[in-house]
Design a protein around this ligand. Structure first.
Ligand code: 3SK
Length: 527
């Protein structure tokens, strides 16, 4: 039978298969209210699925979730997939109108929200023609006076009660090819695009990066600073641990070093997933906030989102005793496709292609670069790449080329076959005819003891020639002397790479996912 008709349901793979494999009594999830074993989690997912089915959710319909990391979001995502519907977890940092755009674009039938986001959810629900039900956690539920006509409001408890008389006992017979999960990405420029993932993609990331790079095993305990609504977070906290019978720690609050150190110690976390903008404050925190042994159980850290500066890799290893594996992934690829390997880290690089993925660097004319040291556009191929963006033909044609996907990142292959990020394709600068990587200059700036964050962009001079300008955020209490910072760069980098100006800011403009919005800095610079 052709692959198209291979029955496969990712929620069944992550849950029922584990229970059948004898993991029913193992802890699947630590959450603020306690723990859930695999058997309890599977039962809870079926309860939520029954509620969704009772209110009319059909296979392939979208269920949008704007929720904090807790049991409701975890079970809501799995329940939608169990039913053959499509889970669409959305950022919890959106405004009401921004969330409304996703509700309309996805044509979601059901919107599930945490009570903390009641106002945002109310605003988003208004004027969404395909929406039929809004469900909120907490005691009050949605205010029916503000929901549109034909939209019913329910509490989470009412959702569960709705399905009580018609239990769901088996997963919908989805195929590996069936849609399972949409993740919206806005990139650094604006309009959100829904990257569509199949049930198969979830198994692929779990069995490649999760099991072959991280070596996930049943005794692992995973804690992720990136929340479940990110591709990075859902892999870290759901796909990887559940695929092997390990456990995940869910934490609803915004990440801060003290809380995450406490959680790590309390649950004996073995894999700690974060982003550079967390590793920096973690290293800056004093021993009173983050005790030296707080991360004693961690066997590896993982970093993604942006290049991990080498000084952070060394800082974490020296202070906490574990290696952070930096890698690059994308929402479109669902998870990390180039990564450092335990015991074989090249600090400052993204590492090596993950098994199950192929990597090419290409010249602007599309020809493939074979030589190490020559920068080029990164293309990737692998079986977790999304089937495309929902209803975005023009972008799809620009980004997806047969099996290959243009990532938009400029990379170089090093002599040892590791790959180093040079920045976004359109961020790499040519200064005096020579390529300058903003991330290389940024890494140097971040070695400066007074700087907490730094970004370098090209700002045209009077002749229209790009010059690197650094935008920096000082560490608390520090005063930045621009000339001294330039001299510091000169001392550690080829002179042509030094910033020609240093601008101090209280904070850098960032997207909801924490990526720096260089275009806003360019606007600020008037370029
Ligand atoms: O930003 C990344 O590197 C990343 C990693 C894993 C999954 C998703 C993303 C965007």
């Amino acid at each position: 039978m052709p692959e198209l008709f291979n029955a496969f349901n990712a929620a069944e793979y992550l849950l029922d298969r584990r229970v059948t494999a004898g993991d029913g009594d193992r802890v699947a999830v630590h959450h603020p209210g306690g723990t859930l074993t695999y058997a309890e989690l599977a039962a809870e997912v079926r309860r939520v699925a029954a509620g969704m089915a009772a209110i009319g959710v059909r296979p392939e319909e979208r269920v949008l979730l704007c929720m904090v990391d807790d049991v409701e979001l975890f079970t809501g995502i799995l329940a939608a997939m169990y039913l053959g519907a499509i889970a669409v977890p959305s950022s919890t940092m959106l405004t009401g109108p921004e969330l409304g755009t996703l509700v309309r674009d996805s044509r979601a039938r059901v919107l599930l929200g945490s009570h903390q986001f009641t106002e945002v959810v109310h605003t988003a629900a208004a004027g969404a023609p395909d929406l039929r039900h809004v469900v909120l956690t907490g005691a009050d539920g949605p205010d029916s006076r503000v929901l549109g006509r034909g939209v019913t409001g329910l509490t989470w408890r009412q959702l569960l009660a709705a399905g009580a008389d018609s239990p769901v006992t088996t997963p919908y017979r989805t195929w590996a090819e069936s849609p399972a999960l949409w993740l919206y990405t806005s990139g650094t420029t604006g309009t959100p695009k829904g990257a569509m993932h199949r049930h198969h993609d979830i198994r692929h990331v779990a069995e490649t990066y999760g099991q072959q790079v991280l070596g996930l095993r049943p005794d692992d305990v995973c804690l992720s600073v990136a929340k479940l609504f990110f591709a990075y977070g859902i892999g870290n906290s759901m796909f990887f641990p559940l695929s092997v019978g390990a456990s995940a720690v869910l934490e609803p609050s915004r990440p801060n070093p003290a809380r995450y150190a406490e959680l790590t110690r309390a649950h004996g976390v073995t894999l700690f997933f974060a982003v550079p903008s967390f590793w920096g404050p973690l290293l800056a925190a004093g021993a009173d906030t983050v005790p030296p042994d707080a991360f004693a159980t961690v066997r590896n850290g993982v970093s993604a989102g942006e290049t991990l500066p080498a000084r952070m890799f060394h800082g974490v290893r020296e202070r906490f005793g574990f290696e952070v594996l930096d890698g690059i992934g994308s929402t479109e690829a669902l998870h990390i496709f180039i990564s450092n390997i335990p015991g074989k880290v090249v600090p400052g690089s993204s590492g090596y292609p993950v098994p199950g993925y192929r990597v090419q660097l290409r010249h602007p004319d599309g020809t493939v670069i074979e030589t190490a040291g020559e920068p080029g556009m990164l293309y990737i191929s692998g079986d977790s790449i999304c089937t495309g963006y929902w209803c975005r033909t023009d972008v799809n044609r620009a980004v997806f080329h047969g099996e290959w996907m243009r990532t938009g990142d400029q990379y170089v292959r090093n002599d040892d076959d590791s790959y180093t990020c040079l920045g976004r394709a359109d961020d790499v600068l040519k200064v005096g005819g020579i390529w300058v990587s903003p991330s290389e200059v940024e890494s140097r700036l971040l070695e400066h003891p007074d700087l907490a964050e730094a970004v370098v962009i090209g700002v045209p001079d009077a002749d229209g020639l790009d010059k690197p300008i650094a935008y920096v955020v000082p560490r608390p209490g520090a005063v930045v002397d621009p000339d001294e910072v330039v001299a510091f760069c000169r001392a550690g980098l080829a002179a042509f790479k030094r910033p020609r100006g240093v601008v101090t800011l209280a904070e850098l403009p960032k997207t909801a996912t924490g990526k720096i919005q260089r275009y806003r800095l360019r606007a600020l610079a008037g370029s």
